[in-house]
Design a protein around this ligand. Structure first.
Ligand code: C2E
Ligand code: C2E
Ligand code: C2E
Length: 91
């Protein structure tokens, strides 16, 4: 995309996330719970997260940010437009 266009936000669907089996989503569930606690943001159905946090999560999951993003899209936790948010990060 063009440099003038801001990347789309990474918006996690917390209701979908709660239904992903813990053995897959456990680390992400704990990470988002921590962010909600730090923000005092407990009642949302969605949570906007930092681009930096996706990179941290990719380290936790031992995957590249783009592979992790595909996994989150397949779980229904991220929307398809999240791909563009991550492409703008990969070089
Ligand atoms: P902090 O990083 O020192 O940010 C202090 C405050 O600046 C935040 O208070 C928020 O009001 C604002 N802020 C900082 N970065 C952004 C941003 O990208 N967008 C928006 N809209 N506001 C921003 P808040 O929300 O009460 O968070 C308190 C602390 O909790 C933050 O201190 C940070 O240490 C942690 N935190 C909250 N959300 C996140 C997150 O998504 N990722 C990470 N890594 N830490 C977070
Ligand atoms: P948006 O970022 O497109 O968010 C649309 C709606 O998704 C929000 O409506 C809210 O219901 C939900 N949402 C998105 N991210 C979060 C999240 O991290 N936590 C929770 N609990 N809900 C979330 P809302 O609140 O009426 O906000 C409308 C618009 O106002 C937002 O559109 C955004 O453009 C702006 N806005 C609201 N709060 C903030 C903020 O703290 N920082 C910034 N920069 N913009 C904000
Ligand atoms: P947003 O609030 O619309 O912020 C968009 C981008 O502007 C952020 O992308 C970040 O690059 C920059 N930005 C906004 N506020 C600050 C700030 O106080 N300090 C710094 N250093 N940069 C800032 P980013 O980091 O990818 O975050 C994406 C979205 O995640 C934010 O959209 C906001 O909805 C949410 N978010 C991130 N960090 C926090 C936080 O600490 N508290 C809250 N409440 N929301 C956050």
């Amino acid at each position: 995309g063009g440099a003038a266009e801001p990347p789309p936000k990474l918006v996690l669907d917390l209701e979908r996330l709660a239904h992903v089996p813990t053995e897959k989503a456990g680390p992400l569930q704990r990470y988002t719970a921590t962010i909600q606690s730090q923000r005092g943001d407990y009642n949302g159905k969605v949570l906007s997260i930092r681009q930096d946090d996706l990179r941290t999560l990719a380290v936790i999951y031992d995957q590249s940010p783009s592979v992790l993003t595909e996994q989150l899209i397949s779980w229904g936790v991220l929307g398809n437009d999240a791909r563009r948010a991550v492409q703008s990060e990969d070089s």
